[in-house]
Ligand binder design. Structure first.
Ligand SMILES: [Zn+2]
Length: 317
């Protein structure tokens, strides 16, 4: 009996051991991260991300648009586009920072990256009334008072991440093309491409940047540190279906010379409870109303109880 137990334990450790996290295998996917990164355990009252945004938020009139310093400039030098096996990351060097909008200080912009779905699934991390968008972009900023990322991750407000939903329509987004056109150069894990710096503001919904939601949460990848002030923008970025498809079908989580190549898609963490956290809508953001599902149920009930009215309504339509 003891031997059986030990054998099972050894097998379990052997099968589960990984030095990396993943999204597509139950040994290392987001539900297993807590086994290897204790801080990823969604314990009671923990402030994890992502979350679902819904009507349980309140207006905060002091939340104006953030100051996006350097986002309008064309910086010198080169940015680096990388495939790190979990996402496509654009490292943007120095020269940009964010502040204001209720942030407690100045935050230096370090990188942006993406989360996406597949040809048959949406892949944003946050959801709005349970609706998941096709993609989500995160612009990561580190509080300027910290000498390094390790120090920032120990501070509940060490990072400020700006999150943008990405939706799909029929028109190529020429600005987004500056990234999507280079994806074939970074298809495999470890690959890197040089990017000519461009004004980052061109990627963003420039006229709607005062509309956002704010809450305190975590990194959505290990070590899941509860160190992030999240700013989730209400208005999405739009890209074409073919631009979305390049992410969904042309990126791999494996290196080029690996025997078994694995597509990288659906690289999002599951939704976490809000617990006692407060979620705020900025001064200009739309407050989300109670889910429309609640409104449909009484109407349906009335129709079912009144067959004559149902017939009238159906033929009337
Ligand atoms: Zn992210």
């Amino acid at each position: 009996m003891i031997w059986i137990t030990i054998t099972v334990l050894i097998m379990s450790v052997t099968l589960s051991h990984t030095d990396d996290f993943c999204y597509d295998n139950h040994h290392c996917d987001p539900y297993a991260w807590g086994d290897w990164f204790q801080s990823c355990h969604p314990i009671l009252e923990a402030h994890h991300s992502p979350i679902n945004l819904d009507h349980s938020m309140s207006r905060n009139d002091s939340l104006d648009a953030l100051l996006l310093d350097g986002f309008n400039a064309s910086h010198t030098g080169h940015w680096k586009l990388k495939n790190n096996g979990h996402s496509i990351v654009l490292e943007v060097g120095n020269g940009m920072s964010v502040s204001g909008g209720g942030l407690p200080g100045l935050y230096h912009t370090t990188q942006l990256h993406f989360h996406w779905g597949s040809l048959i699934s949406n892949g944003s991390e946050h959801t709005v009334d349970q609706h998941r968008y096709p993609m989500e972009m995160h612009i990561v900023n580190v509080k300027s008072s910290h000498p390094n990322l390790t120090s920032a991750l120990a501070d509940p407000t060490g990072l400020a991440v700006l999150g943008f939903f990405i939706d799909v329509n029929y028109i190529d987004n020429v600005h987004f093309g500056q990234i999507s056109q280079l994806l074939s150069s970074v298809a495999y894990k470890g690959e890197m491409a040089s990017v000519k710096p461009f004004p980052l503001i061109s990627l963003l919904p420039e006229n709607s940047l005062s509309k956002y939601y704010r809450y305190h949460g975590s990194l959505t990848t290990p070590p899941c540190s509860q160190a992030v002030l999240w700013t989730m923008y209400e208005v999405p970025i739009y890209v074409s279906w073919s631009q979305f498809k390049q992410f969904a079908t042309r990126i791999f989580s494996t290196e080029k010379d690996e025997e078994h190549v694995t597509h990288l898609h659906d690289n999002f963490r599951h939704i976490h409870p809000i617990f006692s956290r407060r979620i705020y809508a900025s001064k200009d953001a739309k407050l989300l109303s109670a889910s429309t599902t609640h409104l449909y149920i009484p109407v349906l009930a009335v129709l079912l109880l009144q067959p004559t009215l149902t017939v009238v309504l159906i033929y009337g339509l």
